[in-house]
Each structure stands twice: as C-alpha cells, then as structure tokens.
Design a protein around this ligand. Structure first.
Ligand code: HEC
Length: 165
C-alpha cells in the first residue's frame, strides 16, 4: 500500500515536471508573439507538422491526399510532389516536391523563398508569406524530419502562351 502511494506520488511529480518544462519552452521564445501571431507547440517539428496540416500543403504537394480526405498516402510519403494537374488560365501546374526543395536549400534560403516566392497558381503564396518566420522555419524542420528517400521532381509546368491580362 505504502509503496503504491510512493510510486503514484513519483508519477505525479514526473508529470508535473514535464508540464513545467513545457511551460518553460513556450516561455523562452516560441510563445513570443511580440512580432505577431505564431504557432506554439512542444517541439519545432510538432509546430511544423501542425502548420503543414492547417496550411493544406498536402492537398497539392502530395498525390491522393485531397482525393482521399487525407487518408492516403502514409505520412512517410508526404510532400514528395504531385502529378495531379492544376489547369487554368495560367496553363497547367503541379505541386512541387517540397522534400527536394528543402534538400536543396538551407533553412535561411527556405525562409527567403517563402517570403518572396511567386509562381503559378494555385500555390497560395500570400498565405505562406503571412506565416511567422518561426512557422516557416518549423515547416522546414518538419519536412527535413520526414523519413525515406525524397522522391522525384513533379512534372514540369506548362505555361499558357497567352496569360490573362
Ligand atoms: C492549392 C494548391 C497548393 C497548396 C495548398 C500549396 N501549394 Fe505550394 N505549390 C503549388 C504549386 C502548383 C506549385 C508549383 C507552381 C509552379 O510550378 O510555378 C507550388 C510551389 C511551392 C513552392 C516552390 C517550390 C520550389 O521548389 O520552387 C513552395 C516552397 C511551396 N509550394 C510551399 C508550400 C507550402 C509550405 C504549403 C502549405 C503551407 C503549400 N505550398 C501549399 C500548389 C499548392
């Protein structure tokens, strides 16, 4: 009986300690919203994954994801680029392989790309630009953490010869 109580007390203390540590993590930087809103999570990777989820990146950068309501493919296959075409007045574009983009850029270069990027629709550049710098960095770290080979480039876009005025 006594032993059970001691174990329970230790578990309680451990839970409290990790709660305290989480609190500290958020207090030292990640919860700093003086420059504007930003995602707060236990780790950079968790924050990046969350940003990818709510940013809808998989809808266009991962094949089958949008059509299966997110059921497919497995996370290990996420963000390897898609061969599903997006056609419109701009021509036809394909969600690029972000694993390769991350592999070919430093974290600072990725932040710069997300701040200044412009390309064919329907890539939502205004949404990506509006993210905090921490969110941009955490997306990079999350994509870098994904397992497996980075895959192949997605098909090259074809640009309409007479773009809309
Ligand atoms: C509605 C579709 C769509 C969504 C949602 C989307 N993208 Fe894209 N993205 C594209 C397309 C299409 C391209 C390629 C455009 C082109 O070929 O000019 C692209 C290109 C990019 C590029 C340029 C890659 C390179 O190597 O040049 C980056 C970076 C990128 N997207 C990041 C993101 C991130 C991060 C998210 C989620 C927050 C996201 N995208 C959500 C469609 C989308």
């Amino acid at each position: 009986m006594t032993r059970t109580l001691i174990v329970a007390a230790c578990l309680g203390a451990a839970a409290l300690l990790s709660a305290c540590q989480l609190g500290e993590t958020t207090a030292t930087g990640k919860a700093d919203v003086s420059d504007g809103p930003t995602i707060v999570a236990a780790t950079d990777i968790a924050a990046g994954r969350y940003a990818v989820m709510i940013g809808g990146c998989n809808d266009c950068h991962t094949p089958r994801y949008a059509m299966t309501g997110g059921a497919e493919p497995a996370e290990a296959e996420w963000l390897k680029g898609s061969n599903e075409p997006h056609s419109g007045p701009w021509g036809t574009s394909y969600g690029k392989n972000l694993r390769l983009t991350v592999a070919g850029h430093s974290e600072d270069e990725w932040v710069h790309l997300l701040e200044t990027g412009i390309s064919l629709p329907p890539m939502p550049w205004p949404s990506v630009r509006a993210m905090s710098e921490a969110d941009k960095r955490n997306i990079y770290r999350y994509i870098k953490s994904l397992p497996g080979d980075p895959g192949q480039p997605s098909p090259a876009p074809s640009i309409a010869s007479t773009p809309p005025a």
